[in-house]
Design a protein around this ligand. Structure first.
Ligand SMILES: Cc1cc2nc3c(=O)[nH]c(=O)nc-3n(C[C@H](O)[C@H](O)[C@H](O)COP(=O)(O)OP(=O)(O)OC[C@H]3O[C@@H](n4cnc5c(N)ncnc54)[C@H](O)[C@@H]3O)c2cc1C
Length: 287
């Protein structure tokens, strides 16, 4: 299938991309092209102009600076998968995205800007309390993950903004994170994805952050699970009870179903995915 016709520009810097965005109303940024080109082929998007940002080196790569790690928006899933500097949940999630060809081209920025409810990175970045740094012609701003993912395929990014960097806290001793997913065997997109980050001190959990994806319009934090975890223990019964609380975070009428899995099925699988993520995160925090 062919995409609709479009004009192509290649930007060599973020500022050049911003000025091209300002000049062309009907333009879209092109990063790895692994979400945008398929939706153009399906005629779900017809931008007319593509601005290729794929070669802008200033927003590529991963850089650890004391207690924080900066991920350039153009960093590929493969680079995330191979990084030893990132919280463990991120390389883990990246390693399960699709296949090597998608992981070698697809980027962190494209993944989160596209905000597919079945994508993996939004769920992990929400559980890690990431901060998203963006630039437009009028300046720079930063948005917390909790405000970044707003709805189905929608984020806080404005039309004229470029996501430049995603910032996460480095994982210190006593803290662990993990991702678990039930994936669609054809695409590997998440039917249910769960991410967790916990601190464990003397057998007690604190600072629990848990997010779920694939079931609702956009990834969401699981307040009931977090409340059940914080101040509690790390034994199997405690993790099991906390994981089951995810059903309180997922009202049945908010869960979405499609041709791949019904809403009822996804909701019934959610506690098991949360439990898997919690058990791995606790093991990493205490190892
Ligand atoms: C067969 C297949 C299987 C897949 N399986 C999975 C999976 O299992 N899990 C998963 O998470 N993903 C999966 N994906 C999606 C993949 O991870 C994509 O690479 C990713 O979602 C989009 O990244 P991209 O760099 O290709 O973005 P593009 O397709 O180039 O862009 C996507 C959107 O983001 C915008 N954009 C891109 N970069 C920026 C930026 N820096 N600032 C602002 N806007 C920007 C673009 O304008 C566009 O609207 C799959 C894709 C395919 C084709």
């Amino acid at each position: 299938m062919y995409p609709p016709k479009f004009d192509y520009y290649r930007a060599e810097s973020v500022d050049e991309a911003l000025s091209l965005l300002g000049e062309h109303e009907d333009a879209k940024l092109l990063a790895g092209g692994h979400s945008l080109i398929p939706v153009m082929k399906l005629r779900l998007s017809d931008p007319g102009i593509l601005i290729d940002i794929g070669r802008i080196s200033s927003i590529k790569g991963i850089c650890k600076d004391d207690d924080k790690v900066m991920i350039g928006a153009l960093t590929t899933h493969t680079e995330v998968e191979k990084s030893a500097d990132l919280p463990a949940a991120l390389p883990e999630a990246a390693s399960w995205i699709a296949d090597p060809s998608v992981r070698n081209r697809g980027t962190v920025g494209g993944n989160v800007a596209h905000a597919d409810p079945a994508s993996d990175l939004p769920t992990v970045l929400l559980a890690l309390d990431a901060t998203f740094h963006m630039k437009s012609a009028s300046g720079e701003r930063s948005v917390a993950a909790g405000e970044f993912f707003t709805d189905l395929f929608e984020t806080a990014l404005e039309e004229n903004e470029i996501l430049t960097t995603v910032e996460v806290a480095a994982e210190g001793a006593g803290t662990g994170s993990a991702y678990a997913k039930l994936f669609n065997p054809a695409s590997r997109y998440a039917m249910v994805g769960a991410a967790a980050s916990v601190s464990v001190n003397g057998g007690t959990v604190s600072n629990a952050k848990v997010a779920i994806g694939g079931l609702v319009n956009c990834t969401k934090r699981c307040a009931a699970v977090e409340a059940a975890l914080n101040g509690g223990g790390t034994d199997d019964a405690a993790l099991d009870a906390a994981a089951k609380a995810v059903l309180d975070d997922l009202p049945a009428d908010e869960v979405i179903g499609d041709m791949h899995a019904s809403a009822e099925y996804r909701r019934s699988v959610a506690p098991a995915m949360v439990k898997q993520a919690l058990a791995k995160a606790v093991a990493r925090a205490t190892s």
